[in-house]
Design a protein around this ligand. Structure first.
Ligand SMILES: NC(=O)c1ccc[n+]([C@@H]2O[C@H](COP(=O)([O-])OP(=O)(O)OC[C@H]3O[C@@H](n4cnc5c(N)ncnc54)[C@H](OP(=O)(O)O)[C@@H]3O)[C@@H](O)[C@H]2O)c1
Length: 323
C-alpha cells in the first residue's frame, strides 16, 4: 500500500517510526507492507525510494529534509499530483481557514487517492469534504481529529449503532489540562506551556489550546457527525479565555443538539474531570441506552494520535479490500 505523508511534525515523525517498527503487525493486518512513497513539509518533499525511514526521521530532527539526497523542492500539492500512491495522510497543522489542509485533501481526491487526516481544521470549514469524498468515491478517515488516541468515531460506528447520542461532554484538549495541573503542582504557567510545546501536545498556536479554539473545533466535528448539522466554528460558544486559567478549573466542552460550548469550569473532587491531570483527555457520551459512557486516558499526545492515524490507514486498506 503506497502512502504519502503531508506534514512531518510531531505526529508525522511518530507515525513514520510506528510504520518502521510495526512492519510485521502491519503485514499481518492488511497482507502487505506500507510503502511510504514520499514525505513533505514546508521546505519540500523527500521521495523515499529505498531511503530508510529512520534516516528520514534523523534528517528532520537534524539539518532538515533538504539534507537527504532524494529531497526535491516540490510542494506537498505537487507531490500528491505527480507521485503515484493509494493514500494521502494529511497531517499539517490546524489553521483558522483549514488551508493548506483542505487543498491537499481536494488534490488527493482529484487524483483518486484516499485520505486519512488528524487535521481538525479541515473538517470545520464551509467545504464539506465528506460530500466531496462521497461524490468522488473516496474514503476519508479522521479518527485522530477528536481526542487523538481515544476511540470516538470507531466507537460510535461499531459499538453504538442503535444508541441515540443525547449529548457529549469532556476534556477535549490535553494542553489546557496539562498546564493547569502543572500549576496545581506549583509550576508557573510559562514553564508548563513550554513543557507542553516540547512534548508535542500543543498546537503550533498555543492560544488555540488555551482559549478553547481547539476544543471548539472538536466539538463542531462531533456536532456535525452526531446531529448531521452544518454548524461552523463561528457558531460555537467559546467562553473560555486564556486569561482565566487557574488551578481547580478544567476546560470542558459540551456538545448538545443546541450547539457547542467551551468554558473553564470548576471541577469537584468526585467528578471524573477532576481526575484529569497531565496530558489527560476525557470524552463522555450520554445516550438513550448508555448513561455517561466515559473514555479516559491519562496520556494523550502525538504518539497516541500517530497510532490512531496508523489504525485509520489499516482500516482504509481493509475497506478498499472489502469493496
Ligand atoms: N500533536 C497532537 O497530539 C495532535 C493530536 C491530534 C490531532 N492533531 C492535529 O494533527 C495535525 C498535525 O499535528 P502535529 O502536532 O504533527 O503538527 P506540527 O508538529 O505543527 O506539524 C505540522 C507539519 O505540517 C507541515 N506543514 C505545514 N504547512 C505545510 C505545507 N503547506 N506543506 C507541507 N507541509 C506543511 C509542517 O512543516 P515544517 O515542519 O516544515 O514546519 C510540519 O511538519 C494538526 O492539524 C493537529 O491539530 C495533533
Amino acid at each position: 500500500m503506497r502512502v504519502q505523508l503531508i506534514g512531518f511534525g510531531s505526529i508525522g515523525r511518530n507515525l513514520l517510526k510506528l510504520i518502521n517498527d510495526k512492519g510485521t503487525i502491519i503485514q499481518q493486518s492488511i497482507g502487505e507492507k506500507i510503502d511510504v512513497v514520499s514525505v513533505s513539509d514546508t521546505t519540500g518533499t523527500v521521495i523515499t525510494d529505498g531511503v530508510p525511514l529512520t534516516r528520514i526521521i534523523q534528517a528532520k530532527e537534524g539539518g532538515g529534509l533538504k539534507t537527504l539526497d532524494s529531497f526535491e523542492k516540490i510542494s506537498a500539492t505537487s507531490a500528491i499530483v505527480d507521485l503515484e500512491s493509494d493514500l494521502v495522510v494529511e497531517i499539517t497543522q490546524s489553521t483558522r481557514d483549514g488551508r493548506p489542509g483542505i487543498d491537499h485533501i481536494m488534490a488527493a481526491f482529484e487524483y483518486e487517492k484516499n485520505v486519512v487526516t488528524a487535521n481538525k481544521s479541515v473538517l470545520v470549514s464551509d467545504t464539506d469534504l465528506f460530500s466531496v469524498a462521497k461524490e468522488m468515491g473516496r474514503n476519508l478517515r479522521y479518527e485522530a481529529t477528536v481526542c487523538g488516541g481515544l476511540p470516538v468515531f470507531n466507537l460510535m460506528d461499531y459499538c453504538m449503532k442503535s444508541a441515540k447520542v443525547l449529548s457529549v461532554d469532556g476534556i477535549f484538549n490535553a494542553t489546557s489540562t496539562f498546564v493547569i495541573s502543572r500549576m496545581e503542582e506549583g509550576k508557573t504557567q510559562t514553564s508548563a506551556r513550554g513543557e507542553a510545546m516540547n512534548l508535542g501536545i500543543a498546537e503550533r498556536d498555543q492560544r488555540d489550546d488555551l482559549a478553547g479554539i481547539d476544543s471548539a473545533r472538536k466539538g463542531i466535528i462531533l456536532h456535525r457527525r452526531i446531529y448531521g448539522s452544518t454548524l461552523t466554528l463561528k457558531e460555537a460558544t467559546v467562553s473560555s479565555k486564556e486569561s482565566e486559567i487557574a488551578t481547580g478549573l478544567r476546560q470542558i466542552t459540551d456538545v448538545t443538539p443546541k450547539g457547542v460550548n467551551v468554558e473553564y469550569k470548576k471541577v469537584d473532587g468526585k467528578s471524573v474531570f477532576a481526575n484529569a491531570v497531565g496530558p489527560a483527555m476525557v470524552i463522555r457520551f450520554n445516550t438513550d441506552v448508555l448513561d455517561h459512557l466515559t473514555i479516559f486516558t491519562d496520556h494523550d499526545g502525538p504518539l497516541e494520535s500517530a497510532a490512531t492515524v496508523l489504525n485509520d490507514i489499516l482500516l482504509s486498506r481493509s475497506e478498499k479490500a472489502a469493496k
